[in-house]
Design a protein around this ligand. Sequence first.
Ligand SMILES: Cc1ncc(COP(=O)(O)O)c(C=O)c1O
Length: 403
Amino acid sequence: MKLAERILKIKPSPTLAVTALANSLKARGIDVIGFGSGEPDFDTPRFIKDAAVRAIDSGKTKYTPAGGIPELKKAVADKFKRDNNLEYKISEVTINCGGKHSFYNLMQVLLDEGDEVIIPAPFWVSYPDIVLLADGNPVIIHSDEKDGFKVFPEQIKAAITSRTKAVVINSPSNPTGAAYTKDELRKIAETVADRDILLISDDIYESIIYDGLEFSNVANISEDIKKKTIVLNGVSKAYSMTGWRIGYMAGDEKIIKNVEMIQSQSTSNPTSISQWASVEALNGDQSVIGEMVSAFDRRRKIIVDGLNSIPGFSCLNPNGAFYAFPGIEKAASFKGWKTVSDKYGADSISSAMSSYLLEEARVAVVPGLPFGSDRHIRLSFATSDELIIEGLKRIKSAIEKLV
Ligand SMILES: Cc1ncc(COP(=O)(O)O)c(C=O)c1O
């Protein structure tokens, strides 16, 4: 059977693949340290789990409205007011099966064949593929490490064509941790001010931010910009609820209504039990977030210092999220690199480096290539201090063999 062309355009999520590979090696008794995972290593807080148990026990186990229960939509609208000073009506909010699904639904609603979405690189691996699945064209603009991995408004302006439908802003970013300031966001917003182009603000790492930095949302800039912005968020990262699959979005009522129509003809409602647990997450004690963030902050220092002490590696301090994205270009010029590229392939240094580290150091990292930079690798520091310290030691001794 010949499969649809659409499926040939995309590839499996490399982050999920690295995590699966590390887990399968561990299951075979091989001592691998995984830096692949994009999820907090903490358990979901007890009060959220209790709410799920209560939902099961009280029979909240049936279909809900496709776009989510009114109680969760209200909790999301209240969260936007409380945390972001953004007012949304309930009709401007929808609940989806994870943040990834929110972006997927949005692309299905927005794009016709050949429509373009501007995506700053390095980017979350799923954006381009989800655009392709909607028959759109991802238009990648590159940022530089020396500019803190942030793109300039002029680059966005230069990439805009008559087919541009949206610009993606992911701040703090996966994989770089870079977070835009309010002033930078204002300048980005100005690039689309007089055009029929949406800003998509993916705020999934909003609450994981360091050094007293204040999270900024492009929708706060003005009422006009808010009208052009769709905000995506979810409970996965903030409350360590990745498996519960609840994402949400807010913005233009017509877009939201159509997202719900797609959902009504595809997944139907997000899991009822997860929705009730998310009501509790958003309305309940928010101090659980701060506790996780202080652990991430401690690990951030360990990992950034450790990576910068490895010959040929250089790593910026991420402003937010829980990823380090070190440059490896120099290490790939060491005299021992030839044996690595002969063995693992010369087309992609980040893939060869990841394979080398897995085999030589028993450490699983994700190549930068699928994030849009082959000169970097991604390490998640959502793992224990001890494993980070041991993993860094292993990476260092593997790299020292190449010098
Ligand atoms: C930038 C970004 N957006 C959205 C998501 C989606 O998260 P989820 O589908 O678990 O809610 C992720 C997950 O890794 C992410 O890194």
